[in-house]
Ligand binder design. Structure first.
Ligand SMILES: Nc1ncnc2c1ncn2[C@@H]1O[C@H](COP(=O)(O)OP(=O)(O)OP(=O)(O)O)[C@@H](O)[C@H]1O
Length: 241
């Protein structure tokens, strides 16, 4: 199948600090992600997984190297254009959900649409649709995030990530804070989104989550050091009853 290059990194290096505190986040990563892929990134603590995801997600800039999103060289963009590209193309899911506690579930899900100027009624419709798509319930809409369980909060966070129909979902340890049953539900949601055509890049420590992806990259000490073939029989959907 031809590859529509949604993400392309060329020799990306990220250095934090300077002088004695100089630390390498990434030491030269080249990576192409085609539309429709579902990639897991695994590696030990401090290997550069979050740095990589933040650079792909345009939350951070490389020290050197190139980042292209859907063919656009992001270095050429103003900060406003960058924010617009991020808003339209990328949805984020985090380990700690990162929902805003003083807003309701509905308001949290609507956030990416507010930045785009979508009118209120259309926002609500899209938010409800996104919530139902991830297995959520409309009775959650008026609640505050803390009134929900961890697994439910993560579903709300996924709804927020997909509400604007982004090309790419980036998930940083999305099951890291969940019990096994909730983790399973969240992974099932990602699989369904991917089967519907969504591109997903997911960082995880958990082999039972990585084995649900269609490709696994291993990162160590700031470099992609290998690619593993996922074993679906060891995917959490097939191991947790
Ligand atoms: N803001 C920062 N300032 C200085 N060093 C940083 C910063 N962010 C990351 N690093 C360093 O960069 C390296 C890669 O960190 P990163 O958080 O990307 O790893 P990780 O694989 O996501 O780790 P974990 O699994 O523990 O979350 C580590 O040595 C880390 O200490």
């Amino acid at each position: 199948m031809p590859c529509n290059e949604l993400v392309k990194l060329v020799n990306v290096v990220k250095v934090y600090g300077s002088g004695e505190t100089r630390t390498y986040g990434l030491r030269g990563v080249s990576l192409t992600v085609c539309s429709g892929e579902f990639i897991a990134i695994m590696g030990p603590s401090g290997s550069g997984k979050s740095t990589l995801l933040n650079i792909i997600g345009l939350l951070d800039k490389p020290t050197s190297g190139k980042v292209y999103i859907d063919g656009v060289d992001v270095e050429e963009l103003s900060s406003r254009e960058l924010a617009m590209l991020r808003n339209r193309k990328i949805g984020f899911v985090f380990q700690h959900f990162n929902l805003i506690s003083r807003l309701t579930v509905l308001e949290n899900i609507e956030l990416p649409l507010i930045a785009r100027g979508v009118p209120r009624r259309a926002r609500r419709e899209l938010a409800v649709k996104a919530l139902l798509r991830v297995g959520g319930d409309t009775s959650w809409l008026a609640k505050k995030p803390t009134q929900l369980s961890g697994g439910q909060q993560q579903r709300v966070a996924i709804a927020r990530a997909i509400v604007g129909n982004p090309d790419l979902i980036l998930a940083d340890e999305p099951t890291g804070n969940l019990d096994r049953v909730s983790a399973r539900t969240v992974v099932k949601t990602f699989i369904e989104l991917n089967q519907a055509g969504q591109t997903i890049i997911l960082v995880t420590h958990d082999p039972e989550v990585a084995n649900c992806a269609r490709k696994i990259y291993v990162i160590r000490d700031g470099r992609i050091v290998g690619k593993l073939e996922p074993d679906p029989s060891k995917c959490i959907l097939n191991t947790v009853q």
